[in-house]
Design a protein around this ligand. Structure first.
Ligand code: TLP
Length: 350
């Protein structure tokens, strides 16, 4: 492994896998995309993308939406009525990072269950189900795979299926926030359709590890997608000639998954290189996909000092720093980032 001395002139952006730029092939496809008005359902490129993601996930239909947040929120709205509880794992993006949308837009109450390492115990989900006599009734169960704030961790298939049985017994639908379902399928070495099988709906992002500039696809039954179509318009996500975006999404879907294993390998290398740095806690067992979380005394201060060494990272709360590998990060960047993190840690502890 080549080690490069940190230089403030160089910059490696590990804040998220959302920061990637579209490839020349994507830009060409965007320029040449055949388009129509997607609000009328007439954009051929959007239709091809929706059908491709539905086929890959083993679902009947798909709906192209502008973001992962909108994919989740449309699903939550379409599956529920106001005043019900949504069971979700602690740390879930739908609860932590969607600006309270489930309450603001759909009148929903989150009911969080413990999720050590991002993996809820199906027994805890069963215990959280409310029949709705005094407490609000349970209206939906949500899972997140990979689980972002737990470390980009993977929920095993048997656990996802067992939680699905709980939802079925309770008579409520089951939604997957699969923003990074692609990463989970690669990490588990299973087809995407197997990962998505237990769920009534899945929201998958094209603009994270797969490298598209914009967009997510919500998949599920045809009936769910018809309902979702109405909420997409209501939430402001009707996009007209969206084929220019879907064209990049199609390349992401067909080419992007093949290289996610590289991101996962680089995250492990990054973790190995950082492990043992002064004042940094790192749980190697949680480095399962493209994320490395560092436990530090003061995350905003650490992120600021790290930026001065040429590496951008995100503070996720007061004591956690997140580093994410992606399409625009190569082996040299990882080596550079290791040196930068170690130098930052040494400075802050000294
Ligand atoms: N997550 C972003 C931030 O919001 C934290 C990131 O950089 O990781 N589900 C999950 C599990 C996500 O991690 C994200 C994005 C979303 C949904 C929302 O996707 P977008 O940003 O497209 O609305």
């Amino acid at each position: 492994m080549t080690r490069t001395a940190p230089s403030p002139l160089r910059s490696v952006d590990l804040r998220s896998d959302t920061v990637t730029r579209p490839s020349p092939a994507m830009r060409r496809a965007m320029a040449e995309a055949e388009v129509g008005d997607d609000v009328y359902g007439e954009d051929p490129t959007v239709i091809r993308l929706e059908e491709a993601v539905a086929a890959l996930t083993g679902k009947e239909a798909g709906l192209f939406v502008p973001s992962g947040t909108m994919g989740n929120q449309i699903a939550l709205a379409a599956h529920t009525t106001r005043g019900v509880e949504v069971i979700a794992p602690e740390g879930a993006h739908v609860y932590e990072y969607e600006l309270g949308a489930m309450a603001a837009l759909s009148g929903l109450m989150p009911r969080l269950v413990p999720a050590p390492g991002g993996v809820p115990d199906p027994a805890d989900v069963r215990a959280a189900v409310s029949p709705g006599v005094h407490r609000a009734p349970t209206g939906l169960v949500v899972l997140e795979n990979t689980h972002n704030v737990a470390g980009g961790t993977v929920v095993p298939l048997d656990v996802a299926a067992a939680i699905g049985e709980v939802a079925r017994d309770a008579g409520v639908p089951y939604h997957l926030d699969g923003a990074r379902a692609w990463n989970a399928a690669v990490a588990l070495d299973v087809p995407l359709a197997a990962l998505c099988a237990p769920f009534d709906s899945v929201s998958l992002c094209l603009s994270k590890g797969l490298g598209a500039p914009v967009g997510s696809v919500l998949v599920g039954s045809r009936a769910l997608v018809v309902a979702a179509h109405r909420y997409r318009k209501m939430f402001g996500g009707g996009m007209r000639q969206a084929g220019v975006l879907a064209a990049a999404g199609l390349i992401a879907v067909h080419k992007g998954m093949a290289r996610l294993a590289d991101d996962h390998r680089r995250a492990r290398t990054l973790a190995d290189g950082i492990a043992g740095a002064a004042g940094v806690a790192l749980d190697r067992a949680r480095v399962q996909t493209n994320m490395v979380y560092l436990g530090v005394a003061d995350a905003p201060a650490f992120v600021a000092a790290l930026a001065a060494h040429g590496v951008r990272a995100n503070a996720m709360g007061a004591r956690a720093v997140r580093l994410v590998t992606h399409l625009d990060v190569d082996d040299d960047d990882v080596a550079f980032a290791i040196e930068a993190v170690r130098a930052t840690a040494a400075t802050l502890v000294a």
